[in-house]
Design a protein around this ligand. Structure first.
Ligand SMILES: *[C@@H]1O[C@H](CO)[C@@H](O)[C@H](O)[C@H]1NC(C)=O
Ligand SMILES: *[C@@H]1O[C@H](CO)[C@@H](O)[C@H](O)[C@H]1NC(C)=O
Ligand SMILES: *[C@@H]1O[C@H](CO)[C@@H](O)[C@H](O)[C@H]1NC(C)=O
Ligand SMILES: CC(=O)N[C@H]1CO[C@H](CO)[C@@H](O)[C@@H]1O
Length: 319
């Protein structure tokens, strides 16, 4: 019944976003070795393995339906949450749908035993998963036509926390921007300067989190896999590392969605955060999806998959 009002609000919300953060011109194209190689499977997800750290690791890769082997595409890695696999992340977040990734290559890596290193419940060392990211990028570069300056990663929950681990590690330097949903940042609890060595700053980073999250509490504390930083602390760490000043806080949807934005070394909105007060441990979506059902809630006000892709569209790796 309020659908029209809701739609209008949504449209005006996104228009504001677009006006507030005009797209930066993306110009630097660095084609990978895989350009020129033909592929039969387009527009569907295919599965591959890569040997890394003495293990056979697997991932799904989804090429655009009209994949042109001479066109260097941006790539987005999507890291699933704990007790999950890449396929579930792909279906639930809908990131392979053309409305979100028509002109991008999507990659869905699988964790060892359903999770990513960092939390105490994961058995392998952090270095093993970081090496997997390095090896994964290497195989994607050699087999597919990608733009090396436009590699991105996102993830949910444990996978969102792993985004933070990547950001603090040497392999983070391969990425143009990173985004996390409901991140459990087990490896980044010791303040801005301890245990985190970003390969490059400023590093564009975005986080979306439910204010009512009871699995990865907004206020931090003891989580399922160890101590987690309060989300506002984690954001302050990144504002510090990136040399930012807070530029704005905009509230929408009757005060339930808070959009924070930081100006960092000449770039506006390089660090961003959305807090959705009435959202639990879920991937923010205006449509029903599985992670919401698991969190015993329905759709929320904003669409993380769209916000994240629009964030990525603004950035390329400096050369
Ligand atoms: C990985 O898989 C290949 C092919 O099935 C097999 O030959 C190899 O031994 C496996 N490697 C490991 C480390 O399990
Ligand atoms: C999250 O916070 C709630 C309420 O403050 C508390 O009851 C719960 O134990 C916390 N959960 C975790 C995993 O820290
Ligand atoms: C804001 O609150 C009013 C009054 O409770 C309600 O009628 C309206 O639908 C709400 N709008 C949104 C966008 O949630
Ligand atoms: C209720 C529900 O699960 N809705 C959708 C969540 O996302 C998947 C994948 O797109 C859909 O198949 C479900 O219908």
């Amino acid at each position: 019944m309020n659908a029209l009002i809701y739609l209008l609000l949504l449209v005006s919300f996104y228009c504001n976003l677009i006006l507030a953060f005009p797209q930066q011109k993306v110009t630097n194209v660095a084609p990978s070795k895989g350009c020129g190689k033909s592929h039969l499977l387009k527009g569907v997800t295919q599965y591959r393995t890569v040997e890394s750290g003495g293990k056979n690791r697997s991932f799904g890769i989804h090429l655009p339906a009209d994949y042109d082997h001479d066109h260097p595409y941006p790539v987005v890695l999507g890291f699933h949450g704990s007790s999950s696999i890449g396929l579930f992340f792909e279906l639930d977040k809908k990131l392979s749908e053309p409305r979100f990734s028509e002109h991008k290559i999507m990659v869905y890596p699988n964790g060892v035993d359903g999770s990513w290193a960092g939390p105490s419940y994961h058995k392998g060392p952090v270095q093993e998963d970081l090496q997997f990211v390095t090896d994964l990028l290497s195989i994607i570069r050699s087999d597919f036509c990608i733009n090396n300056n436009r590699i991105f990663a996102t993830g949910f929950s444990n996978g969102g926390g792993f985004i933070g681990t990547i950001a603090c590690s040497p392999v983070g330097g391969e990425f143009a921007a990173l985004a996390s949903g409901s991140g459990a940042f087990y490896t980044d609890v010791n303040g801005p300067d301890n245990g985190c060595a970003p390969a490059r700053t400023p590093l564009p980073i975005l986080e979306i989190h439910g204010g009512s999250d009871r699995t990865v509490n907004y206020t931090g504390g003891q989580g399922e896999g160890g101590l987690e930083p309060p989300i506002n602390m984690w954001l302050a760490y990144w504002a510090h590392r990136n040399g930012c000043i807070e530029e704005s806080e905009e509230t929408s949807f009757n005060g339930t969605v808070h959009h924070l934005s930081w100006y960092c070394q000449g770039v506006e909105a390089l660090v961003q955060h959305y807090k959705v007060d009435d959202m639990g441990h879920a991937w923010a979506s205006t449509e029903p999806n599985l992670s919401q059902i698991a969190a015993l809630q329905g759709p929320t006000h904003i669409q993380a998959s769209q916000i994240i892709m629009e964030f990525f569209d603004r950035f390329q790796k400096p050369t």
